[in-house]
Design a protein around this ligand. Structure first.
Ligand code: UDP
Length: 477
């Protein structure tokens, strides 16, 4: 579409964490491809990731750019340069990071004054953004970065408080009012439902209010993946929502997949060459998201499970200081296992036919990337809403096997994890070989086809985005 007087200008403001920035950039690119002028707000040290990704789009003439917002790290008691949640290494830094985020309200107001967009898409972490957008008379859309399913579980527990009726943290209860019978325990709930009165609980309360007051919600999902929950969220929770995903599928060529999110620690072609030598569905991809570092004891359990399981694997480790501990393991696994220390080109790996399983921490982006590539999963949720995502994968979609994680914690409290070698190995064997594995793989393949159709012209997500843009144009001009 040619830019004209009715060209929408949308400002995207993601949380400063990879799991939120990455899908927001993809979302902004999708909107720009439909003729929208897209401006993405980011801090000085996070912005380079965005520049690399959007360079190609700008060459094609799309109107997409970055606007810098200063992040008050030092003022909030963080070290200079700490601008990404992944750089926080202690609970104190973690809390200060959220404090700094809450101070971005005024700078956002100044930017809106300067840029005068027609609409603000702001992360759920910025609950005050609805009010700020209101001052400028523009709609605020929320980006949660999670599934409809998780949003529905969350709202159900908030309304019915079933978790309060159990006698122990381990007692299982059914989440009420949902289209499927979903059983969970209190221990699997985020702090918000466990009576912890911290900064995050306060933020969550504010986020709920702003969700109910905002114009609506953009969900990185597609209708066919969770139709009952798309409907439930719109009708029962009563919030307007548009499915815009899977947003990762806007990265089509090798280069954009390899560049996504960060500079990869392995050459993309080297990684592909390693995978090219393997049989289809023979490699397990192991990655626990963008920021998580396990304690040594947990790493050893995973090492032993992978070695005993005998499957080929790619394992992404965020902590580069484990060199000594892994030396012998790496030597023994040569040719069979590839360890990537740092950032992996996840999109490229999951898209390769050699990859037949994904051991994941159940971050929503990772789940959706697994689904869009037809890869069944071993679920090992750790924090936030990841235990909800696990239920979607194992109980609703039936494309995964749980390791049996019991306790939800905060990403910063890694010490707690103690999943055993035997449980990981069992899940690995169930997922990679045998009849059950084949059934999960074929269900995942069907979801992959549906995901790809959803983002094609006329597909469900494509239509949702077009309908939203049409509605915004009617409201704005
Ligand atoms: N990711 C990646 N390479 C890595 C680690 C993560 O490309 O080495 C990407 C992954 O593809 C996903 C995002 O980072 O898009 C992580 O988001 P997710 O919601 O899965 O987890 P989080 O990091 O937010 O816990």
């Amino acid at each position: 579409m040619e830019p004209g007087a009715d060209q929408l200008h949308i400002l995207f403001f993601p949380h400063l964490a990879h799991g939120h920035m990455i899908p927001t950039i993809d979302m902004a690119r999708q909107f720009a491809r439909r003729g929208v002028k897209a401006t993405i707000l980011s801090s000085p040290l996070n912005a380079p990731v965005f520049y690399k990704t959007i360079k190609g789009d700008r060459h094609l003439g799309l109107e997409i750019s970055i606007h810098i917002i200063k992040f008050p790290s030092v003022e909030a008691g963080l070290p200079e340069g700490c601008e990404n949640l992944a750089s926080t290494t202690s609970p104190e830094m973690f809390n200060n990071f959220y404090k700094a985020l809450s101070w971005l309200q005024h700078p956002l107001e100044q930017i809106l004054e300067e840029c005068r967009p027609n609409c603000l898409v702001a992360d759920v972490m910025f609950p005050w953004a609805t009010e700020v957008a209101g001052k400028f008379g523009i709609p605020r859309l929320i980006f949660h970065g999670t599934s409809h399913f998780s949003l529905c579980v969350f709202h159900s527990l908030r309304q019915y408080e079933t978790h309060k009726n159990v006698v122990s943290d381990f007692e299982s209860f059914t989440v009420p009012g949902l289209p499927h019978q979903i059983k969970m325990t209190k221990l699997q709930q985020p702090n918000y439902f466990r009576g912890v009165e911290d900064e995050q609980t306060k933020l969550t309360n504010l986020a709920i209010q702003s969700e109910l007051k905002s114009y609506g919600v953009l969900v990185n999902s597609y209708y066919e993946l969770e139709p009952a929950y798309s409907e439930h969220y719109r009708k029962v929770i009563g919030v307007k929502a548009w499915n815009v995903g899977p947003v990762s599928l806007c990265n089509v060529d090798i280069e954009s997949k390899a560049l996504r999110g960060n500079t990869a620690s392995i050459d993309a072609h080297e990684c592909l060459r390693w995978l090219d030598l393997k049989q289809p569905n023979s490699v397990l991809y192991v990655c626990f998201g963008s920021k998580f570092c396990f304690p040594d004891a947990q790493i050893l359990e995973i090492v032993n499970a992978l070695e005993a399981g005998g499957q080929q694997f790619i394992w992404v480790m965020k902590d580069e200081e484990r060199q000594e501990m892994l030396e012998g393991f790496e030597r023994r696994m040569e040719g069979k296992g590839l360890i990537i220390k740092g950032w992996a080109p996840q999109m490229l790996i999951l898209d390769h036919e050699a990859v037949g399983g994904f051991l994941t921490h159940c971050g929503w982006n990772s789940i959706l990337e697994g689904v869009s590539n037809g890869v069944p999963m071993i679920t090992m949720p750790l924090y936030a809403e990841q235990f909800y995502n696990e239920k979607l994968v194992t109980d609703v979609l039936k494309i995964g096997v749980s390791v049996g994680a019991q306790e939800c914690t905060r990403s910063i409290d890694a010490k707690k994890f103690s999943l055993k070698k035997g449980d990981i190995e069992n899940a690995l064997n169930r997922l990679m070989v045998g009849e059950e594995a084949e059934e999960m793989r074929s269900r995942a393949q069907v979801l992959k086809e549906m995901a790809r159709k959803a983002v094609e012209e006329g597909g469900s997500s494509d239509s949702d985005i077009n309908a939203l843009l049409q509605e915004l144009r009617l409201n704005c001009f």
